[in-house]
Design a protein around this ligand. Structure first.
Ligand SMILES: NC(=O)c1ccc[n+]([C@@H]2O[C@H](COP(=O)([O-])OP(=O)(O)OC[C@H]3O[C@@H](n4cnc5c(N)ncnc54)[C@H](OP(=O)(O)O)[C@@H]3O)[C@@H](O)[C@H]2O)c1
Length: 275
């Protein structure tokens, strides 16, 4: 079995560099119950293969994705798993954070969340109010780590000021084809501080059909997905959470941990832009 790698968290804890994304498992913005058994099995397969970090959100499948994750993790030792979920932008008022968290805990069938993220900023609700609740849920042990998602540099710094514990990650779109969070300074800031950048949608946006990626993959007897993921996780302070609902692809994606691209190939990939 491929050996997982980890990034260090500020308190000495660790987080796997490859996690399992769950968007569209059990529905998109609405719940879809059609493939429940299949999805539960896939998540269990993923854990058995080594994906102990699972990324979800209260909004996925309107809560149903969390329910499926909850069903899937039942037979596993909770302390061996790292569960990330997210509070929606519409639930960032003090009382709503508490209600949202209680809902996520219930659906996930757990009494704590490893990492709780603000999914999106809500300009109508002051971050001060949100962090009043978030700091309390951490103090109570209901959440172990706090993070944000889709935050620009200004708001990431603000969140860091307001959080009583370190903001351990900013989860943003970042891939060979999407460098917006590199251009806006967030990546460099994360690399200079103790905040990780969690790259979401690492395989989307034409990454897998890029001729450069395909050529490099062929050279190594690897797949385009492995090249795309390897390029991400060799970067300091970067972790990623590819989603697949196919066991074979889960295995393939884990194979990125064993792919070591030469400096000149990494440079070719660095230069690859969205144009
Ligand atoms: N914070 C946010 O706002 C935010 C936004 C978007 C996503 N996310 C999180 O990030 C996770 C990942 O992002 P994503 O789901 O948008 O995109 P992604 O992981 O880059 O791509 C998922 C797509 O790629 C396919 N795929 C997976 N492995 C593959 C492989 N080896 N070869 C070919 N195709 C492959 C999947 O299909 P199959 O399932 O059929 O294999 C699926 O269609 C999400 O699931 C979610 O947990 C967070």
């Amino acid at each position: 079995m491929t050996e997982m790698r980890y990034e260090q968290l500020p308190d000495g804890g660790k987080i796997p560099v490859l996690g399992l994304g769950t968007w569209n498992m059990g529905g998109g913005m609405r719940a879809n119950f059609d493939k429940d058994t299949e999805i539960i099995e896939i998540i269990q397969n993923a854990i058995q293969l080594g994906f102990t970090h699972i990324d979800t959100a209260e909004i996925y499948g309107n809560g149903h994705t969390e329910e499926l994750v909850g069903q899937a993790i039942k037979g596993f030792e909770r302390r061996h798993l790292f569960i990330t979920t997210k509070v929606s932008a519409s639930n960032l008022k003090y009382q709503d954070v508490w209600i949202a968290l209680e809902g996520s805990l219930k659906r996930l069938g757990t009494d704590y969340i490893d990492l709780y993220l603000i999914h999106w900023l809500n300009h109508q609700i002051p971050l001060e109010e949100t962090f009043r609740a978030l700091n309390e849920v951490v103090a109570r042990g209901m959440v172990h780590y706090l993070g944000v998602s889709n935050f620009d540099l200004e708001h990431l710094k603000k969140a860091q000021e307001l959080s009583a514990t370190p903001i351990v990650t900013n989860q943003v779109p970042y891939s060979l084809k999407d460098r917006s969070y590199d251009s806006n300074g967030v990546l460099r800031y994360c690399q200079e501080t103790s905040c990780l950048l969690t790259a979401y949608s690492p395989l989307k946006g034409g990454v897998l059909s890029s001729s450069v990626v395909r050529r490099i993959a062929q050279q190594y007897g690897a797949t385009p997905a492995q090249v795309a993921l390897s390029w991400l996780i060799r970067q300091p302070k970067v972790i990623t959470i590819p989603k697949s609902a196919k066991t074979k692809r889960l295995q393939e994606n884990l194979g990125a941990l064993d792919l070591h691209l030469a400096k000149e190939d990494l440079e070719k990939l660095d230069k690859l832009s969205s144009v």
